[in-house]
Design a protein around this ligand. Structure first.
Ligand code: NAP
Ligand code: GCO
Length: 264
């Protein structure tokens, strides 16, 4: 069975993998034998990430590339093709959140979230699909969210984008499944990364942030997830072990979506 989960000889592009969930996914792919490419927007993040990959013995290829810019994306994917080889695995991980009540949110802010969290997955997938179709093989993994299923105050743009990403996932699976391309989503629960740091900030009196306590109570596992919790599920979706799994969203949430919540 080990061979079914091996990524030996594969090339993986994980977008936004300078740190957080993307970094852990890229690390797991490298441990399974893949060559890794990643991108982010900030030079400082790129330099830190290259150092962090090296410290783990991983020779990752890093690019400064904004996933919302089609020209930059095409030039990055072409370069990966020339230097590492054709992209076998794409993880659309880059994402942002803006927590603003909907009636106070500007159209520009709403559009920016949709652009990075949804439109970019279209742009990067479109750039890699033709070569995958030629080779009749490919894996695309879209990083979805609890907000692909649930709403909550202040995250209208994020929920709209992640709900859309779930349907883009199903549509890529439907449209290109015949080329032996699998497109699935991974839906992390509440994971401790810089994106969620403001929700875990200690109160002035040293007590937990109310949202932090709320998440612990709402999660049957009674803890926040870690980026490492995504490693096994993301490896499954990138490997031959999932070759007949297509258009699914694999939630990795410690049980949140199964649970109605504690009575007050
Ligand atoms: P994070 O810690 O904020 O990391 C985001 C990464 O994306 C960084 O490397 C960032 O680098 C990059 N990035 C952002 N915008 C980009 C753009 N336009 N082009 C290229 N790179 C970009 O986020 P995370 O918590 O690891 O989340 C990763 C993904 O998982 C996101 O899609 C997020 O929505 C999703 N997710 C997170 C959680 C959670 O609880 N943390 C739960 C469910 C889903 P630069 O800033 O240098 O560009
Ligand atoms: C929020 C959070 C989330 C998570 C994640 C949940 O403010 O509710 O940031 O949306 O990051 O996507 O799966």
């Amino acid at each position: 069975m080990k061979d079914k989960f091996s990524l030996e000889g594969k090339v993986a592009l994980v977008t936004g993998a300078a740190y957080g969930i993307g970094f852990a996914i890229a690390e797991s792919y490298a441990m399974a034998g893949a060559r890794i490419a990643f991108n982010c927007r900030s030079q400082a993040h790129l330099d830190q990430a290259l150092e962090a990959y090296r410290a783990k013995g991983i020779e990752a290829k890093g690019y400064l590339c904004d996933v919302t810019d089609e020209e930059q994306v095409v030039s990055m994917t072409e370069d990966i093709g020339k230097t590492l080889g054709p992209i076998d695995i794409l993880v659309n991980n880059a994402g942002i959140i803006k927590r603003i009540p909907m009636t106070e949110m500007s159209v520009e802010d709403f559009r920016q979230v949709i652009d990075i969290d949804l439109n970019a997955a279209f742009i990067v997938s479109k750039a890699v699909l033709p070569k995958m179709m030629e080779r009749r093989s490919g894996k695309i993994i879209n990083v979805c969210s609890m907000m692909s299923e649930l709403g909550r105050e202040t995250v209208s743009a994020y929920a709209a984008a992640k709900g859309g990403l779930k349907m883009l996932t199903r549509n890529i699976a439907s449209e290109y499944g015949g080329y032996n391309i699998q497109c699935n989503g991974i839906g992390p629960g509440y994971i401790a990364t810089p994106q969620t740091a403001p929700l875990r900030e200690k109160q002035p009196d040293g007590s937990r942030h109310p949202f932090d306590s709320f998440i612990i109570a709402k999660t049957p596992a009674a803890r926040w997830g870690t980026p490492e919790d995504l490693m096994g599920p993301a490896l499954f979706l990138a490997s031959e072990a999932s070759d007949f799994v297509n258009g699914q969203i694999l939630y990795v949430d410690g049980g949140i979506l199964a649970y109605i919540g504690k009575q007050p």
